[in-house]
Design a protein around this ligand. Sequence first.
Ligand code: ADP
Ligand code: MG
Length: 279
Amino acid sequence: MNAIHISGATLEYKTQNGGIVRALNNVSLDVNEGEFIALLGHNGSGKSTLAKILNGLLIPRLGEVEIFGVNTKDISKIFEIRSNIGMVFQNPDNQMIASIVEDDIAFGPENLGVPREEIIERVNWALEKVGMSSHKKSTPFKMSGGQKQRIAIAGILAIKPRIIVFDESTAMLDPQGRKEVLQVAKQLNKEENITIIWITHYMDESVDCDRVAIMNDARIIAIDTPENIFKQTELIKSSGLDLPLPLAIANDLKAQGIQIDGNILTEESLKEELCKILK
Ligand code: ADP
Ligand code: MG
């Protein structure tokens, strides 16, 4: 069974001046449990709308969305769907509820009616998973953006979801915070087999995920391994995106006649390749 099954999802918004914007146009997507999918696309391409149909926050006008086989149209199962999918958004400040970290994280399971003993266990486990155990009694408000996002992730984890959607969760963070949050997402994917949908406009965050999906103009126009996606320079550029920087540098060097491997996606592989050439 797929973690996520979307077939032919089409959704429009009504605009204030009476117009209609199509945000999803016949979108289909299947995601296996345990996959780490990066979803890339320029502003307004439909990424957040896609995120919102996953937990039934929005229901597409046409098409179907199933989460572990449960259709989001089935109102009686919306509780099950919501507890299977966690969402981490852009602004960590909007995701804080309580003024003490442990209370903030306990909020989700409390609402689910989880017994007290188990809540304590979940809070400790979630804090450990995001590397914030020593901050249990702290107040989140004075923390760095990266730390706040990790607390927000712990709050989601405490609900024990099998899928987590990160909707540009690193967009407001400094480089250190971005690294921390991506690292946590990758670890949760590996260690807990949590399926990850990682929405971003930073190309470098997508280079070592399982598959990259490109959204453009309300459609998923390509989905493949990072290697196969970033080979398609024209497709990337016409979607309003950039190549990952190491690949762009490698391509420039190649254009200058330097013999360099054309599959370079990470800083490390660029460094290795340059060292080989310069020897
Ligand atoms: P992304 O997350 O890729 O920036 P969105 O899913 O937020 O894209 O938006 C897709 C399109 O739908 C855009 O044209 C956006 O302006 C429009 N849109 C999003 N939310 C609303 C809304 N609540 N009302 C009207 N139009 C919306
Ligand atoms: Mg968005």
